[in-house]
Design a binder for this molecule. Structure first.
Ligand code: ADP
Ligand code: MG
Length: 255
């Protein structure tokens, strides 16, 4: 890992997200093993690897949905808080989009994007609604603002989920298989929103099986297996010349 040219270039600037020697167990399972990771402002990191390798757990530790057993995680120089107001602030700074869209079913699309701003960010409602409408426009679902989530397609719902996360003005966005639950014809409309977000300079960690997205949008690909970051490189280098047997084996199965 230390010989990776990508790693060298990202350590030069003060990184936005830093994980140092992070370890986590589920009982006897050592699910994250000495994870060291530095993510620069504006960097797009795609996380790939076999099922069960710890990708989701790694994402969830970054916004403290999961605790860690040892090591440190900092966002913008500040360690992750344990609880209370500081934790709510952190959750706002670290946006997360899941495979299942997790929208509030009984609230309108607009309200889904308004509510966090009002409750967590204490934004006055008129301003929160203005921001919500702008964000819904930006992800291409402005016309759906007054509908309920169930009236939208999966691709539209996932774009609302992205708008909802963006409304909190996050410093980093985590995406855990955001297109895995979608019908194939809706995958691209979500990836396109993510590509635009990346082009606009958002710092992103993306777990995905969409290798086309990884090739076109990632600055760096991390390959995880058995709780470790086994290999990392630029997408070009990784996909054309993976170094580890685990990565070669993985790519031979998916490409
Ligand atoms: P991935 O996202 O790469 O598929 P996960 O991070 O979801 O992997 O899971 C890594 C390992 O941890 C798997 O073996 C999984 O079964 C286990 N695991 C995940 N969440 C829990 C949990 N809450 N309790 C116990 N084991 C878990
Ligand atoms: Mg997962």
């Amino acid at each position: 890992m230390t010989e990776s040219p990508v790693e060298d270039s990202t350590t030069a600037a003060a990184p936005l997200v830093v994980l140092s020697k992070v370890n986590k167990h589920y009982g006897a399972l050592h699910v994250l093993q000495d994870i060291d990771l530095r993510i620069a402002q504006g960097e797009v990191v795609v996380l790939i690897g076999p099922s069960g390798s710890g990708k989701s757990t790694l994402c969830r530790t970054i916004n403290r949905l999961e605790t860690i057993d040892s090591g440190t995680i900092t966002i913008d120089g500040r360690p992750l808080p344990d609880e209370g107001k500081e934790l709510a602030r952190l959750r706002a700074e670290v946006g997360m989009v899941f495979q299942s869209f997790n929208l509030f079913a009984h609230k309108t699309v607009l309200e889904n994007v308004v509510i966090g701003q009002v409750k967590v960010r204490k934004v006055p409602r008129p301003q929160a609604e203005k921001t919500a409408r702008e964000l819904l426009e930006r992800v291409g679902v402005g016309a759906q603002a007054d509908k309920f989530p169930a009236q939208l397609s999966g691709g539209q719902q996932q774009r609302v989920a992205i708008a909802r996360a963006l409304a909190m003005k996050p410093k980093v966005m985590l995406f855990d298989e955001p297109t895995s639950a979608l019908d194939p014809e809706m995958v691209n409309e979500v990836l396109e929103v993510m590509r635009q977000l990346a082009a606009d300079g958002m710092t992103m960690v993306v777990v995905t099986h969409e290798m086309g997205f990884a090739r076109s949008a990632a600055n760096r690909v991390l390959f995880m297996a058995d709780g470790k970051i086994v290999e990392q490189n630029t997408p070009d280098a990784f996909f054309t010349a993976p170094r580890s047997d685990r990565a070669k084996d993985f790519l031979s199965k998916i490409l």
